[in-house]
Structure formats: C-alpha cells, structure tokens
Design a protein around this ligand. Structure first.
Ligand code: MG
Length: 368
C-alpha cells in the first residue's frame, strides 16, 4: 500500500461554555483544529486531527500545523502507511522536532492500518484492557465560587474527576482549591493544574496551604527543574504535563521520581506511535497516566479513546472527551460520554467517519 495524497481541512470548534481560561491570563473562545486525510492506492483513507491549545500553551500553534504539513507531506507521499515505525523514522528525518505536525499523519496511518486489518485501533495498541474509561473534566479558571458551582454541575452529569485551572494569584488559587474540594464527595478526585503558572515560592505556598486536602498538584512551574524542587518538598500526589514531551525527559523523570502521574497528550509527543511507546514505559515504571491531547474534536477524542481503552485501568488515571466541550461535531461515530466514562468504537480503524459538509474544502493538498 502507498500514500497517494494528503489533504488538510481547517475547522473552528466553538466552546459550549463560550470561553476556556487557564494560567497567566491565557484564554481561548474557539479552537482552530486541523483534520488530516491520508489517501492510499488501496482506496483506504485514514484521518487524524491536531488542535493546539492556542499558541501560548506548548511550542505549537494552529497555523503551524498547516504550514508544517506543506513541508512534511511531500516527504510522506509514496510511503506505506501501515509500516508505522518506518513512516515515523522518515518523518523525523524529513523534519526535526515539530511533533504536533507529525501527529495527525501518524494517527491517520493507524486509522488506515486498522481499516486494512479489519481491527479497531485499540486492538492494534494491545487490546481491550477496559470496556470503557474514566474521564476528567477541566474547570476553566474563574472565581472560587464560580469554579465550585461548575464542579457541582459537571458532577451531576456523571464526572468524578476534576482538574482545576489554577496558576493565577496564589491566595485566590488556595481559595479555588478549598471551595472546589468542599463541593466534592469522598472518593472524587481533584487536581490543581497550574499549567506552569506559579513561581517556586508560590507553588510551595499553595502546596503547604492545601496539604490537609485530598488534592493532586499538576505542573506547578515552568521548567522541569523548578517542578522537581516543588515535588521534593510536598507530600501531595504530583503530576507532570507540559514538561513531559518525549521519551528522553520521561526517562529522566522516572529516574528522578519526579511525579506519580503524567499527562500523555498524543500531539505533544508526535502521535499514537510515540504515545504508545511512552504509555508502555510508564506501565513498566508504575507511573499512571491521563491520556488526552492539547484539544480537538471527534477524531482527537476517538484517538484518545483507543489508546486509553488499551491501557490497564490501574495505570489510566483518566482520559478526556474533548468533543463534549465544543459545539461542532466533525465526525460520525465518535465516542460519547456516559456517566463520566467513554469507550472506543469496535469498528475497524478509529471507527469514525468525518462529515464532509463540516470539513469543507481542503486548505492543504499534496498529491503524488
Ligand atoms: Mg495539564
């Protein structure tokens, strides 16, 4: 089988809540998502999606996905999409870094491999370790009272895990964490995600002030080294996200005992091929994972569901149903949340079918 064409489509994904805010006064009102179609000479087409969380979250931005695809796609034409290790090696030779550009191509090729084999992607990733997976809900940064009210509202919809967007004023953050923990029941999970927003002394203050609560601290500071100092002086369970962007830093972080949980975002590490390598290493090292992405719609949610479903329950801290945050559906057959959980489709490939009327005309076309 050979890749004959790569097309990219741009779709705006407006937020149901109207706005999503996190640390350092960052906020977005609509997500700019890129959907990639990889076509083959076998008549099979696969799809992937990449949706950066604005330009200020990671070294990635929405227009960069499309610009990168124009560079990379000509080097991928003619390759066999089912030889995923070869494909990834060739992409890394053709373009250094920029994992988020490669991610949607890699995911589309997993979709093709599944369709060619007649198997769902979760089977190819190791098989069904779970029938369905737990989800967390991200709570946009706001006043402590408004965030606690949102936690209660989403709890009534079935979620039991909540990730608060903190990383603002340390005193307000302490009040946010206390108000939201009060809104929860025993057994519910609360995560305070600073998204790199605190300096070390602020992180130390917050961790000390909430040490009596059942709460996880996530990515308190900007650098890995700053986070490690905070980790070493708090007894609270600890999550790293932004800093864990590849195998090298994951190996170092495991060796340092730098966290209990990582957030494994598919586009942050370059696609399902790399994410699976990191997932398997985490399982061997006893590190649990939230499996998710920077953002996205139905195709990103499906890719998350397949990787999460093939991960043992004790190592899957949670996953994310991004398609439930946005007002627009880009594909039929995507996972839908039920009682705070979702599952991956049993159909071949990712099991989703893009809606041509929503995708519109291709904004990038590269043909053999
Ligand atoms: Mg995070």
């Amino acid at each position: 089988m050979k890749i004959t064409a790569i097309r990219a489509y741009q779709v705006d994904l407006p937020l149901k809540e109207g706005r999503y805010a996190w640390s350092n006064e960052n906020a977005v009102e609509r997500f700019d998502s890129t959907i990639v179609a990889v076509e083959t000479d076998a008549g099979i087409t696969g799809h992937g999606e990449c949706c950066p969380l604005g330009p200020a979250y990671l070294p990635a931005y929405a227009a960069g996905v499309r610009a990168g695809l124009k560079e990379l796609a000509p080097r991928v034409i003619g390759l066999d999409p089912t030889h995923l290790a070869v494909l990834n090696r060739r992409m890394d030779e053709a373009m250094r870094g920029h994992p988020y550009v490669k991610s949607a191509i890699d995911v589309a090729c997993w979709d093709i491999l599944g369709k060619a084999a007649g198997l769902p992607v979760y089977v190819l990733l190791g098989g069904a370790q779970q029938s369905d997976v737990k989800l967390y809900r991200a709570i946009s940064q706001d006043t402590p009272a408004k965030m606690a009210a949102r936690v209660k509202g989403y709890r009534a919809e079935g979620y039991t895990k909540f990730q608060l967007k903190v990383g603002g004023d340390a005193d307000v953050d302490i009040a946010r964490i206390r108000a939201c923990r009060k809104a929860l029941r025993d057994g519910d999970v609360l995560i305070a995600d600073s998204n790199t927003g605190w300096t070390m002394h602020e992180a130390a203050r917050v961790a000390q002030a909430v040490r009596d609560l059942d709460v996880y601290i996530e990515q308190p500071c900007r650098s890995y080294e700053e986070c490690l100092t905070v980790r070493r002086r708090t007894a609270l369970p600890f999550i790293l996200d932004e800093n864990i962007d590849g195998m090298g830093i994951l190996l170092r972080a495991i060796s340092d005992g730098a966290m209990d949980v990582i957030n494994l975002k598919i586009s942050k590490v370059g696609g399902l091929t790399r994410a699976r390598e990191m997932r398997d290493l985490c399982i061997s090292a006893g590190v649990a994972m939230t499996i998710e992405d920077t953002w996205g719609g139905d195709i990103v949610t499906a890719a998350i569901a397949h990787l999460a479903r093939s991960t043992p329950a004790e190592f899957l801290f949670s996953a994310t149903d991004f398609n439930s945050y946005v007002t627009r559906s880009i594909a039929k057959g995507a996972p839908q949340r039920k009682a705070g959980r979702m599952t991956a489709p049993d159909r071949p490939g990712l099991g989703v079918e893009p809606r041509p009327d929503v995708l519109g005309k291709a904004v990038v076309t590269v043909e053999a």
